[in-house]
Write a protein that binds this ligand. Structure first.
Ligand code: SF4
Length: 165
């Protein structure tokens, strides 16, 4: 089972999107590698932010850290979600832990040409720490969390697995 240092941005994103997805992901289920949605996301990333320099923090890999220590994340969706925001704050948390004075996150939505700036506050830091504890609680549960309402599963790469009956 994973420990606090193994929790990365994907775990946090799934915590906010669907706890069942997080639980399955932590057990090695990776249907997202074949997902058209993920492939679209990769294509958007490759064509939208070509000057970015990915930063690898081990469990967490962020798209780009600029010279003013803002984390940039490029998203394939049209608008910000709590999952996107939590993921960006998680990266700030990880950066601070290794001595980088991260200032916050800037989410980029090329489809709608929107950006959202999220300063890294004390409250965000506390939430990021709580998110890690919550990820560990979800993945260590013996049973998978319940399915979401079917309408919320649209576009999820795990849908064939969850709804195969
Ligand atoms: S298909 Fe629905 S219940 Fe299953 S992991 Fe995806 S969002 Fe969660």
């Amino acid at each position: 089972m994973i420990g606090p240092e193994d929790v990365g941005g994907v775990h946090v994103k799934y915590l906010y999107h669907c706890r069942r997805q997080l639980w399955l992901y932590a057990r090695g289920m990776r249907p997202e590698q074949l997902s058209a949605t993920v492939q679209l996301g990769e294509a958007v990333h490759e064509t939208s932010y070509t000057r970015s320099s990915p930063v690898d923090l081990g469990a967490a890999k962020l798209d780009h850290l600029d010279g003013a220590a803002w984390v940039h994340e490029v998203k394939s969706s049209s608008r910000p979600s709590r999952a996107d925001e939590a993921q960006a704050m998680h990266y700030c948390y990880r950066l601070r832990a290794v001595g980088v004075d991260a200032q916050g996150g800037i989410l980029h939505y090329p489809k709608t040409r929107r950006t959202k700036r999220l300063p890294y506050t004390t409250q965000a830091a506390e939430q990021a720490e709580a998110d890690i504890a919550e990820v560990l609680a979800v993945v260590s549960a013996p049973d998978s969390p319940p399915l979401l309402a079917r309408s919320a599963c649209r576009g999820c790469s795990y849908a064939d697995y969850c709804w195969n009956e």
